[in-house]
Design a protein around this ligand. Structure first.
Ligand code: ADP
Length: 403
């Protein structure tokens, strides 16, 4: 018995095959650059066998076929046949207001996911293509959708409504949805487990800092507010996204630079953030830090802006929850950059009674395990928790299977 997790994006299909416990990875990898030259399969089995070669794949359906051929291959495969896969967990970005729990996929669920393509035009269509590929290639398996928005379904109206005429919510469903929910849920549960404390009694701020960045106020294990909004554009400054901005500035730019909605969308989502602020042709934070260390003033300011925005949200979310016990860092930057954690926490040692104090030695240690990095004197626990969205999807899929 095995559970396959599929994360189908616009130009890649990532996969992880878990064993019957829903925890042990049998094999994982990616088909990347789908629709471009040089489409590749990268594959790694539990025995450490690896593949990395060009594949003739033009869409998600062919990608899933290629992945299954690798998983069942006589030499480097890990299962005897496709029949061993009893369930497929699909990551779906937008479940809107109606799909707020992991769900067995049927025609109704697919049509709702398809409706939400309007709200998530870049993500839901490839997610749907992944689902259809799963159904076609593994027809006997239960197909389950796990939504990135679902964890945020508990956000109350005072935090999800924008100050717009009500009809834009009732008719157009304009509201804060929030994203990265699978990751925020996973790390908040792992943080409570690590601390041996019930999640119900904890007020946490979880910081998912990767290429996309978002933060969530998790009170008693439930999301009560999050920095991303109607789309992933709102909130923190990210690799290429601007984050919070006065909408009037957007209107001004559209008018004075004759930018249409598509060009403006591209500017705000793909040409802004660290990429634009640092001006070094890279949105990778490691490059920004080394440019700043080398005396590049724009890169130094970019780093300041990035960390300042995170600090501002910690304050806002601590106020929203009436206090803070745990601060969690996760994803590429959150897990691997002591410099960002140091800058974010600097100056919060006594601020408003927060008592957020890092231990410099613990903060500097590299590890791929969950760990505490606060000083003895810190009132707030500061944790670094590696995220694992695939594992969370497998867990939820297994939960559904076991009814
Ligand atoms: P994605 O959102 O694409 O899943 P990740 O969570 O993998 O992204 O994060 C990718 C980002 O993590 C990279 O762009 C890079 O800026 C950052 N990163 C990875 N390792 C480090 C490091 N050691 N120091 C600073 N930043 C890092």
């Amino acid at each position: 018995m095995a559970i396959l997790v599929i994360n189908a994006g616009s130009s890649s299909v990532k996969f992880t095959l878990f064993g019957p416990d829903g925890k042990t990875v049998q094999a994982a990898g990616i088909v990347e650059r789908i629709g471009f030259d040089g489409t590749r399969l990268k594959y790694r089995s539990r025995e450490g066998q690896t593949l990395d070669h060009l594949v003739p794949v033009a869409n998600a359906d062919q990608a899933v076929g290629t992945i299954l051929a690798a998983l069942t291959h006589k030499a480097h495969g890990v299962i005897g046949s496709i029949q061993e896969i009893v369930a497929v967990g699909h990551r779906v970005v937008h479940g809107g207001e109606s799909l707020t729990h992991p769900t067995v996929i049927d025609d109704r669920v697919k049509s709702v996911i398809s409706e939400y393509c309007r709200l998530a035009p870049l993500h839901n269509p490839p997610n749907l293509a992944g689902i259809e590929a799963g159904e076609r290639h593994i027809p006997d398996a239960v197909q389950v959708a796990v939504f990135d928005t679902a964890f945020h379904a508990t956000i109350p109206p005072h935090a999800f409504l924008y100050g717009l005429p009500r009809r834009f919510y009732t008719q157009d469903r304009i509201r804060r949805y929030g994203f990265h929910g699978i990751s925020h849920q996973y790390v908040s549960e792992e943080a409570a487990r690590f601390l041996h404390l019930p999640v119900e009694g904890l007020r946490m701020v979880t910081c998912h800092l990767g290429n996309g960045c978002s933060m969530t106020a998790v009170k008693g294990g439930r999301s009560i507010d999050t920095s991303m909004g109607f789309t992933p554009l709102e909130g923190l400054v990210m690799g290429t996204r601007c984050g919070d901005i006065d909408p009037a500035a957007v209107l001004h730019l559209m008018e004075h630079h004759h930018l249409g909605p598509a060009a403006m969308n591209d500017l705000l989502n793909k040409q802004s953030g660290l990429l634009a602020l640092a001006g070094i042709g890279s949105n990778d934070l490691r490059d920004v830090i080394s440019a700043a260390d080398g005396g590049n003033l724009e890169a130094a300011v970019a780093l300041d802006i990035f960390c300042y925005r995170i600090r501002k949200y910690i304050g806002a979310f601590a106020a929203a929850m009436g206090g803070l016990e745990v601060l969690v860092f996760t994803a590429g930057i959150g897990e691997n950059s002591p410099e960002v954690r140091r800058r974010v926490c600097a100056g919060m040692e006594a601020a408003y009674g927060f008592g957020i104090v890092l231990d410099p030695q613990k903060n500097a240690l590299a590890s791929n395990r969950a760990r505490a990095v606060q000083a003895e004197t810190s009132r707030v626990k500061i944790l670094v928790v590696p995220t694992n969205e695939e594992l969370e999807i497998a867990r939820e899929t297994l939960r559904i299977l076991s009814g």
